[in-house]
Structures are given as structure tokens and as C-alpha cells.
Design a protein around this ligand. Sequence first.
Ligand code: 5GP
Ligand code: ZN
Length: 114
Amino acid sequence: MTDCLFCRIIAGEIEAKTVEEEAGWVAFRDVNPQAPVHVLIVPREHIATTNDLEERHEGLLGGMVRGAARIAAAHDIDMEGYRLVLNTNRGAGQSVFHLHLHLLGGRPMLWPPG
Ligand code: 5GP
Ligand code: ZN
């Protein structure tokens, strides 16, 4: 059994509110949402951080970004705007070391981020 939280969610060992599933990734709601819409788009493959990405992952990442745009449209936040975030390592706020794309929206987003 893996001790990676997101591998366990993807394996169905821990419950999550799934939004969309694709061959290469799963999207589910963040348990501690920071905005009215807060969805995590998570590759099925365990990739710890963006530092571990390889050329073969380029299609996967592109699909995750397009999937996030589709999910934003489904939540009707695509035109008002939304934010996609990849936190890499602790200094940037990464707390789960299985790469995930945050989709945040439904409220005004400040810039620069904290
Ligand atoms: P990070 O800080 O690594 O960029 O993002 C990790 C995210 O995972 C956080 O926003 C946190 O709320 C979320 N999270 C942590 N544990 C769980 C969980 O058990 N289920 C779900 N759905 N989200 C989680
Ligand atoms: Zn994992």
C-alpha cells in the first residue's frame, strides 16, 4: 500500500468528490477549498513535483490544462476568470508530493499571490 495520499484517492482507498476522470488523470474537489470552485487535477501516475516531469509527460500536462478549462466552463467561471496553480516544493506551498493542478475560481483573484 502506498502512503501517497493522492495515489490512495486515485486507487479509491480514500474518498474524494470526483468531478471528471480521464485516462491519464482524475479531477476531484479540494477538501479545504480556497475559492467557491477549487478542483485538483491529478495525474494517475505518481509524479512528485514539476521537477520530475519528463518529455513523455507533455501530452498528459496539456490534457490536464485543457481539462481544467473544460471544468471551468462547466462551472460557468471560464469567462469571468479562474486561476491554474502548480505549487512546486515547500517554499511554494506544496504539501502533497504528488503533482496536482489547482483550478480556483468563483471569486476575484488577487495578484501577486501570497
Ligand atoms: P498543495 O498545498 O500541495 O499545492 O495542495 C494540496 C491540496 O490538497 C490542498 O489544497 C489540500 O486542501 C488538498 N488536500 C489535502 N488532503 C486532501 C484530501 O484528503 N482530499 C482532498 N480532496 N484534498 C486534499
Ligand atoms: Zn502519488
